[in-house]
Design a protein around this ligand. Structure first.
Ligand SMILES: Nc1ncnc2c1ncn2[C@@H]1O[C@H](COP(=O)(O)OP(=O)(O)O)[C@@H](O)[C@H]1O
Ligand SMILES: [Mg+2]
Length: 409
């Protein structure tokens, strides 16, 4: 019960605070509304037109104040793009029209609601404290605020106190509702409408992508991918070499020694990759040679003849380049392991701020994301960057993997 009461009181006080803020913006809106009416009249007699852009800027400024106020208190309201250059375009703009509608509603109804919402607690305080100061008044003057009757002595003053308590209860109970009602037109009309909302959200999401990538989970995934695509592939190669050495041991110990040398090299490479992962530097070759150099290296090392064509002016965010690198690495590993292809091709382009990577082979097709962990991991990795992956691999081939990534720079 005490908790409930406390919660109620706090909501009431919050409501009062919001009503005061809303009353302030509604007075600005009312002032603007009066100005706009005058401006329309001036336009009708042909002298107001030059003032229209200034008026629209004022409307925007007042609306922005309300946006800030509502954002501080509830769900954020995303600000609109800047006003169109010409007044004619601005008047056709849906955002501007909605702002004008808001000025009309908030400057009238919002103002009335604010006045009522503020009057209740003021009367409550006035009436509750009345027994303390009623002697200073002439009896013929009647009570304070909404109390009209003649006050004769303390008993009457105490009745006024009771009335004050009723006002106080009303203020606490109705306050939050009034505040919400007063904010409603702003929440409806000042928030971007459907389409705009989405494109703004997308822009915002892309912008916050870099921050999101710092998140713990993504970091773990990145390390998991690095281990799978880098170190694990090296160890697979090592395993193959050791197997070969073992078989060669009986027949031709000399060639076995040579294979073991290569195995040792492979171990060193694996260690180097592992160190790079541990240091969180992905993959080191990207740093040394850039995306083009790193991908050339991958294609040259591929056991299936691979044509590569990279045309990426400038540099993308290093994490995006690393993702592109791992996409190509995994795709080419798959070509060698599964496709039985006689040739492969890698095509990398940058258009605006999208990096597109396409890997094709002329193998037997039938690649299936459910068939292993590599492709599924690549997809997760790409989607963590707001990217897109399309895999086309009908049985009989050919296999094409298309990946698109936002460059993030
Ligand atoms: N380029 C390709 N050509 C033919 N089949 C492929 C190709 N890439 C992948 N596959 C098939 O899809 C399955 C899943 O691939 P992937 O997720 O990379 O798993 P894995 O760890 O086996 O490489 C593979 O097991 C293979 O059968
Ligand atoms: Mg694979």
């Amino acid at each position: 019960m005490r908790h409930w009461l406390k919660g109620r009181l706090r909501a009431g006080v919050d409501g009062f605070e919001h009503i005061v803020g809303g009353l302030a913006t509604s007075m600005l809106a009312l002032g603007t509304l009066v100005g706009l009416v005058a401006l329309v009249a001036a336009c009708l007699i042909g002298i107001g037109l030059p003032l229209v852009p200034g008026a629209l800027r004022t409307v925007r400024a007042v609306a922005d104040r309300e946006r800030t106020r509502l954002t501080r208190w509830g769900p954020a309201i995303i600000g609109p793009p800047p006003l169109p250059g010409s007044a004619r375009d601005a008047l056709r703009d849906i955002t501007v029209r909605r702002e004008l509608g808001w000025i009309l509603v908030h400057g009238t109804l919002g103002f009335l609601l604010g006045a009522v919402g503020i009057t209740l607690p003021v009367y409550a305080v006035e009436d509750v404290t009345f027994p303390l100061w009623f002697r200073a008044l002439e009896p013929s003057q009647g009570g304070p605020g909404m109390v009209w009757w003649r006050i004769d002595g303390l008993a009457d003053a105490l009745v006024v106190l009771l009335v004050g308590l009723v006002f106080a209860v009303l203020a606490v109970v109705l306050g939050p509702g009034i505040a919400r009602l007063q904010a409603l037109p702003g929440r409806r009309l000042l928030a971007p409408d459907g389409d705009v909302d989405l494109s703004l959200r997308v822009a915002q999401l892309t912008a916050t992508r870099a921050a999101a990538l710092d998140a713990h989970a993504v970091e773990l995934r990145r390390i998991e991918r690095s281990l799978h695509d880098g170190t694990q592939n090296r160890l697979v190669a090592l395993n193959v070499l050791i197997g070969a050495a073992r078989r060669a041991l009986d027949r031709n110990p000399e060639s076995a020694a040579e294979i073991l040398d290569r195995a040792q090299d492979a171990t060193e490479l694996a260690l180097a990759e592992l160190r790079a992962v541990v240091r969180g530097i992905l993959p080191p070759v990207l740093d040394d040679r850039g995306l083009t150099g790193a991908l050339d290296g991958l294609a040259a090392a591929c056991a299936v003849p691979c044509r590569i064509d990279v045309d990426v002016p400038g540099r993308c965010a290093i994490s995006v380049e690393a993702t592109a690198y791992f996409v190509v690495a995994e795709a080419l590993t798959n070509v060698v392991k599964h496709s039985q292809a006689t040739s492969a091709e890698v095509l990398v382009r940058r258009a605006a701020d999208r990096l597109s990577v396409r890997i094709t082979d002329d193998g037997r097709g039938g690649a299936d994301e459910g068939g292993g962990s590599g492709l599924a991991g690549i997809r997760r990795r790409v989607e963590a960057y707001d990217g897109r992956l399309v895999l086309t691999s009908p049985p009989g081939g050919p296999t094409t993997m298309d990946v698109e990534l936002p460059c993030g720079s």
